[in-house]
Design a protein around this ligand. Structure first.
Ligand SMILES: [Zn+2]
Length: 178
């Protein structure tokens, strides 16, 4: 049995994505043994990020700079915009309105000009596709090319293991070779 403080830390870490109670326990025990080095370094890094996090005014991404690292990257092609679905926040089916979906911000950004293509990177689920249709309707009148990620055979996937829906989608999305 660990003390209350250490238990609290374990429980907090266990809530992180990809960690469960067992790996959280191992991480905490590892940190406790290295309190002078690893624990101090982790604390500093966490505090630094906490103090500097800002939302990017251009894309809504959270980073330590505004504009964020992606938007500020000179190698980025500013004529293309990729809309990425965040499962936790994006779902037109759950009755979440357009304001919550940040779609209004997206539409005004595209309407402001300078963007030639909008790529929708939505989940290949009913919710994801409903959201994609919703966004497509909103952007319909703007002079851009609207595309979405292809759906179909996964890399390394064998046809025998695909369900009919995926196979049908892959067939519809077929393209010329070369
Ligand atoms: Zn950004």
């Amino acid at each position: 049995m660990a003390s209350q403080e250490i238990e609290t830390l374990m429980q907090a870490l266990a809530r992180l994505p990809g960690l469960g109670p067992r790996s959280a326990r191992r991480a905490v025990l590892w940190l406790v043994k290295r309190r002078e080095t690893a624990l101090a370094g982790l604390l500093d890094a966490l505090a630094e990020v906490r103090d500097r996090l800002v939302e990017c005014e251009t894309c809504g991404n959270v980073d330590t700079t505004n504009p964020c690292g992606v938007c500020a990257d000179p190698r980025r092609d500013s004529r293309s915009l990729c809309v990425v679905e965040d499962v936790a926040e994006l779902s037109a089916l759950d009755g979440i309105g357009p304001e919550d979906l940040s779609i209004a911000a997206l539409v005004s950004r595209v309407a402001a000009g300078g963007i030639e293509e909008v790529v929708l990177a939505m989940n290949a689920t009913l919710e994801g596709q409903t959201t994609a249709h919703y966004i497509a309707e909103k952007l319909e009148k703007l002079p851009i090319r609207l595309t979405q990620l292809a759906h179909g055979v996964p890399v390394g996937g064998e046809l025998d293991y695909l369900d009919e829906g995926t196979l049908a989608q892959a067939l519809r999305a077929r393209r010329p070779i070369g």
